[in-house]
Structures are given as C-alpha cells and as structure tokens.
Write a protein that binds this ligand. Structure first.
Ligand SMILES: C[S@@+](CC[C@H](N)C(=O)[O-])C[C@H]1O[C@@H](n2cnc3c(N)ncnc32)[C@H](O)[C@@H]1O
Length: 333
C-alpha cells in the first residue's frame, strides 16, 4: 500500500471526458491534430477513456516512473519532464506532504507545496499550453494556477444510494478504484483567462468571481473562540450522510460531546455577544445555496441526496458569526 501511496497511484475509472466542458475544450484546441502527453500514465486509463468518449487525438506520448502497461516509457517525469508537447491530459500523483512525512516517504520539499499533485501540475503548466488534469476537488479552493484555468468541473458520481444494485453502480462510477476522494477536472488554456467557469458534472454553477461574491467578508475577530468548552454557540460543522445538515445550534444540544482543542467537526464557540442562531442558520443556508458549496471542503463519500458531504471550516464559520454581529451593531446605531 505504501508503495502505491509513494507514487500517488490511484487509477482513474469514471469517464469525465464525456462531459460537455471537456468536449468543448477538446474541440477548441483541435485534439485530433495533437500528440497528447500523459506524463503519469499508470495503466493507460486516460487514453482508453478518451477513446470511449468518442474523442480522437493524433497520438499519445506516455510516461510513468513505474509503467503499468506496454507502450509507456519509463521515466521520472517529476524531475525530468518531457518537452515539446502542447497538450497534456493527465491524472498526476497525489500525495499530501504530511502523509509522506508520517510514512517516511520522499517528497519534493523545495517546491513548497503541501501536495505532490500541485508540483506535478506546475510542471505540466510550465511545459504545455493546454492542460487537462484530474486532481482533488479541493484544488478550486487553493487559489493556485488560476491565471490559465478556464473551467473547473467538480466530478460527482451520478448514481445515488438505493437498492444494493444501485449502490454497486454508484461504487463503479467513482473516479478511482481504491479511493472515494472527491475529484475535479481542471481545464487550462494557453491564455490568461478572465474568470473560471465552475461546473458540477454538466451543470454550470457560475463563474468563480461571481460565486465568491456570496461569501461574507473574511473576519479576523479573535473574540470569537472555537473549541471553547463553555462557548455559548454550538456548531455541527459537517454534513451527515443524508443531506446538507451543517448548522449552528444551542450548546445544550451538544451536552454529550467533549469539546477537544483540535476538533473540526462538532464543537462549541465562545461568542461575546448574544447570538441569533436562526439568523446564522439562514445565512449559512443562503451561502450554501448561492455558492453551490464550492468553498466548502468535500469529504470522501456521497450523501444520500447524491452530493458530497461538506465541512464548514473555522474561517468561514467565523465570518458568518461576525457578519451577524456587524449587522446587529449597525441596527443599534
Ligand atoms: C494517480 S496515478 C494516475 C495514473 C493514470 N494517469 C490514471 O489516471 O489512471 C499517478 C501515476 O503517477 C506515477 N508517478 C508517480 N511519481 C512519478 C514520477 N516521479 N514520474 C513519473 N510518474 C510518476 C505513478 O506511478 C502512477 O502511475
């Protein structure tokens, strides 16, 4: 397992290349005219998927540090990236720095990234004009490489919980054979883009800059204290497995939960003014609806309503609580 982890090896099995935004991207660059680079080719899943999406490309140039099929050139492409290719379609290795450190695995520290896929993506963008990369869904919240990013698709398996057969289909439709990590497909162009179009599968959610307008202003109000055992506000910061259930609540509801200092899920918050829980939850609901949860961290596994489970991070929770305070202050003036 660790060898698999060291090379960030999770093979693609869903087919994101059938989606409209990818088809438009492929059309624009004239895919069939190009030799496409796959610098982390694994078992050649991506050429197969492109084929079954009825797309053609001129040819493939396939590399991997540990080729899993014939026709792949053995090369450490992270330290010796192949040159001379305009188009790159890939699913690079993913490996979080802390996971590498914990397991004693090698990690390119010099680049300063917290995940190997970011370094791999930087290499692809440095050497290729058009890049399509299957990467963690969390990428869209990282703020990285936005200049040439034109589309970002959150890839959500389509089938939902239901009968045993449906559940089996759902498992099959996940992007990876051995992880249910939330994934996205990032489409880059050679040009500086004015904005990023954000999609959930084929559904256009909005432009990134427009979605951001629905977020409250960031707050650095440190009088709002998270994981405060005697805090006057409760927060259930993760969705359950059924629906979008993140909510603020009276602290009495959490009486049975120990508040731990590192907790990021169910906690109490110290707020030095009287909070209106209903208002906070209404605000939260509006943000979720208007932003389509794009800025909420996704969890492994789907909710029964077919969406990823999400988590509300402390920065956004603080901004929501502080926003209410600012409004109260304004009303009193
Ligand atoms: C996430 S897997 C993806 C495989 C394939 N692209 C797919 O979608 O099925 C990442 C691949 O990167 C390869 N890899 C990891 N580090 C590498 C390196 N330094 N140079 C070349 N390939 C590497 C792994 O061997 C693995 O096959």
């Amino acid at each position: 397992m660790d060898k698999k982890r060291a090379n960030g090896r999770y093979y693609t099995c869903g087919n994101p290349f059938q989606l409209e935004p990818f088809q438009t991207w492929a059309e624009e660059l004239n895919l069939e005219r190009h030799t496409v680079l796959e610098p982390f080719a694994g078992t050649k899943s991506l050429p197969r998927l492109i084929d079954s999406a009825q797309l053609r490309c001129g040819n493939w140039a396939l590399f991997d540090i540990e080729p899993g099929a014939t026709g792949i050139v053995q090369r450490d492409t992270l330290s010796d990236f192949p040159k001379g290719f305009n188009v790159c379609i890939t699913n690079p290795p993913w490996l979080a720095r802390n996971s590498a450190t914990r397991r004693g695995l090698p990690f390119p520290e010099a680049a300063g990234y917290n995940d190997l896929y970011k370094y791999a993506l930087e290499q692809c963008l440095a050497h290729c004009e058009w890049v399509a990369a299957i990467i963690p869904e969390a990428f869209i919240r990282s703020g990285l490489f936005l200049q040439r990013l034109r589309d970002f698709i959150s890839l959500v398996p389509r089938t939902q919980y239901g009968t045993k057969q449906e559940r089996k289909r759902k498992e099959m439709s996940y992007m990876f054979e051995d992880t249910e990590h939330p994934v996205g497909l990032a489409l880059f162009s050679p040009y500086v883009t004015s904005d990023v179009r954000v999609w959930r599968n084929n559904r256009f959610l909005g432009r990134l800059s427009e979605l951001r307008t629905h977020l409250p202003l960031p707050s650095c109000n440190r009088s709002i204290v998270f994981n405060e055992p005697r805090g006057s506000l409760g927060l259930i910061a993760i969705d359950n497995t059924f629906s979008a259930s993140i909510r603020f609540c009276p602290p009495a509801e959490l009486a049975g939960y120990p508040v731990r200092s590192q907790c990021r899920s169910i906690t109490r918050i110290g707020v030095p003014w009287r909070v209106n829980i209903e208002l906070l939850n209404a605000r939260l609901a509006t943000i979720r609806e208007k932003t389509h949860d794009v800025f909420f961290t996704a969890f492994k596994g789907l909710r029964r309503d077919g969406h990823y489970r999400r988590r509300l991070d402390w920065a956004l929770a603080r901004a929501i609580v502080d926003m209410e305070h600012l409004q109260l202050e304004m009303n009193m003036e």
